[in-house]
Design a protein around this ligand. Structure first.
Ligand code: NAP
Length: 245
C-alpha cells in the first residue's frame, strides 16, 4: 500500500512506541491521528508540523467500546477514511500470580486486548466498503514466551496474536490485511520503569546485547502497512530473543 496521503490511526501515540510510529508514518507522507486517554498537547502537535501532513488529536479510551466508535467516527468525519489502524495502546500491571487480583488481570486484558477489538470492529465496516485497509497490532515477545509476573500482560499479548490471525482470515478476501508485531525490550516509559537489576537480567536474554529503539519498531510497522501480500503474520523485533533452532 502506498502510504502517501493515507490516513493512519495510531492508538496510544502520545509517547513511546506509538509516537515513534506516528512520526514514521508522517515522515512517509501519511496523515496521522494521535491518541491517548489524556489530551494530546499542543507541543506534541507542533512536532509534526515539519511533515506537512494532516495531524489530528483524538483522545479517548480504547477500552470503552462507545468511545472507540466515537473516535473512529470523528477521524472519518475529518479525513474521509481511516486506511490504516495501529492498535498500540497498552499497559502493564505486573504481579506474581499469587498476588495478582482479578482487577489487575482484567484491567490489562480490557485495554490491551478488548481495546484492539473495539477499535478494529469500529474501523472494519468502512475498510470493508473501501475494500482496502491494513491493521497492525502491537503484541510482545512476552505473548510468545510468557514472563514471570506478567500473566495478565502475556495473556493479553498472546490473545492479540490469535485475534490477529482470526481477523486476518475473515477479511483477507476484502483487501484488508492484519498483522502483528512482537517487540522485545524497547526504550520507553514502560521499560524505564524496570529496576536496574531487571534491565541487567533482560540484557542477558538478548543475543544482540542491547535494548531496541521505538524507531526500529516503527519502521517494521510501516513495512507491514506497505506490503501488499503479507497478512496474518507475527513478526518479532527483539534483537534475537525469540529466535528458534
Ligand atoms: P507507553 O510509553 O507506556 O505508552 C502507552 C501509550 O498508550 C500512551 O500514549 C498512553 O496514553 C496510551 N494508552 C494507555 N491506555 C490507553 C487507553 N485505554 N486508551 C488509549 N490510549 C491508552 O508504552 P510503550 O512502551 O510505548 O508501549 C506501546 C505498546 O507496545 C504497548 O502495547 C506495549 O505493550 C507494547 N510493547 C512495548 C514494549 C516495550 O519494551 N516498551 C515491548 C513489547 C511490546 P495515556 O497514558 O494518555 O492513556
Amino acid at each position: 500500500m502506498e502510504l502517501q496521503g493515507k490516513n493512519v490511526f495510531i492508538t496510544g501515540s502520545s509517547r513511546g512506541i506509538g509516537l515513534a510510529v506516528a512520526h514514521r508514518f508522517a515522515s512517509l507522507g501519511a496523515n496521522v491521528i494521535l491518541n491517548g486517554r489524556r489530551p494530546i498537547s499542543a507541543q506534541l502537535l507542533e512536532e509534526f508540523e515539519v511533515y506537512k501532513v494532516k495531524v489530528l488529536a483524538i483522545s479517548g479510551d480504547v477500552a470503552d467500546g462507545v468511545d472507540a466508535k466515537r473516535m473512529i467516527e470523528e477521524a472519518i468525519a475529518s479525513l474521509g477514511s481511516v486506511d490504516i489502524l495501529v492498535n498500540n495502546a497498552g499497559i502493564t500491571k505486573d504481579k506474581l500470580m499469587l498476588k495478582m487480583t482479578e482487577d489487575d488481570f482484567e484491567a490489562v486484558l480490557k485495554i490491551n486486548l478488548t481495546g484492539a477489538f473495539n477499535m478494529t470492529q469500529s474501523v472494519l465496516k468502512q475498510m470493508t466498503k473501501a475494500r482496502q485497509g491494513a491493521i497492525i497490532n502491537i503484541s510482545s515477545v512476552v505473548g510468545l514466551t510468557g514472563n514471570i509476573g506478567q500473566a495478565n500482560y502475556a495473556a493479553s499479548k498472546a490473545g492479540l496474536i490469535g485475534f490477529t490471525k482470526s481477523v486476518a482470515r475473515e477479511v483477507a478476501g476484502r483487501g484488508i490485511r492484519v498483522n502483528a508485531v512482537a517487540p522485545g525490550f524497547i526504550e520507553s516509559d514502560m521499560t524505564d520503569a524496570m529496576t536496574d537489576k531487571v534491565k541487567e537480567m533482560a540484557l542477558t536474554q538478548i543475543p544482540m546485547k542491547r535494548i531496541g529503539k521505538p524507531e526500529e519498531v516503527a519502521s517494521l510497522v510501516t513495512f507491514l502497512a506497505e506490503q501488499e501480500y503479507l497478512t496474518g503474520q507475527v513478526l518479532a523485533i527483539d534483537g534475537g530473543m525469540t529466535m528458534q533452532g
